[in-house]
Design a protein around this ligand. Structure first.
Ligand code: SAH
Ligand code: DHB
Ligand code: MG
Length: 212
């Protein structure tokens, strides 16, 4: 079905196909968002008329290209990546996609680069998609950098249903469960989560609006 939608609903996209191909050839893990999910990110950036976006977890730049494409020409995306080699691959892919002027890749563990982002805040939209063990900490930073109206998207919050296991000792599962606890308890955030099926399996994303 993902292939059907990609072929029949989305027009052929050389920049994204190329980014996916180059990333796999460079040995990066094949865990970027799917093409329909990527289009969802582009549309969301456009729908909220975001001018500044923060992403945590760049990988080869696939979702970064999708986010940056939704921005106006003078908009900006800051994307955080721990692995210098992945960031190099992403730089090439993002530049070839023609959105390089809008994208700033900051290399290093996000918990080190987030505290020095203050001057770039607030962000209109934040996409959390890095190491899931730190999802609660990333959620706190996203709120720190938000204003009323900021949209948060958190990827991979279902993971085949494993997130629903209260006895899990997987750090990624526990990190996402902790993120949900914070999200549910925070009076400044209205949130939901949607489950997805796609070429890469059963997963989902959380969507939140900062209200205060
Ligand atoms: N958003 C990408 C996929 C990201 S995969 C897309 O859909 O195209 C998760 C990424 O988070 C990987 O590239 C991984 O290296 C990075 N990552 C893992 N731990 C991190 C950390 N502590 N800080 C920043 N990035 C991290
Ligand atoms: C996986 C998928 C992702 O989208 C991600 O950000 C991290 C890991 C995975 O399938 O392992
Ligand atoms: Mg993801």
């Amino acid at each position: 079905m993902d292939d059907y939608l990609t072929t029949n609903l989305l027009e052929y996209d050389e920049a994204l196909e190329g980014a996916a191909r180059v990333s796999v050839e460079a040995g990066l893990p094949d865990i970027a968002v799917s093409a329909p999910q990527g289009r969802f990110l582009t549309l969301l950036v456009r729908m909220v008329r975001a001018r500044s976006v923060l992403e945590i977890g760049t990988l080869g730049g696939y979702s970064a290209i999708c986010l940056a494409r939704g921005l106006p020409h003078d908009g900006s995306l800051i994307t955080l990546e721990a692995e210098p080699r992945f960031a190099d691959v992403a730089r090439g892919n993002i530049d070839r996609a023609g959105v390089g002027d809008r994208v700033d890749i900051r290399v290093g563990p996000a918990l080190d680069t987030l505290p020095i982002l203050g001057d770039d805040a607030p962000f209109d939209l934040v996409f959390l998609d890095a190491d899931k063990a730190n999802n609660a900490a990333y959620f706190r930073w996203a709120l720190e950098f938000a204003r009323p109206g900021t949209v948060l998207v958190v990827d991979n919050v279902v993971r085949g249903g494993t997130i629903a296991d209260p006895a899990s000792d997987d750090p990624g599962v526990r990190g996402t469960q902790h993120m949900f606890e914070l999200m549910a308890a925070d009076p400044r955030v209205d949130a939901t989560a949607l489950q997805t099926v796609a070429g890469k399996g059963y997963d989902g994303f959380a969507l939140a609006l900062v209200t205060g």
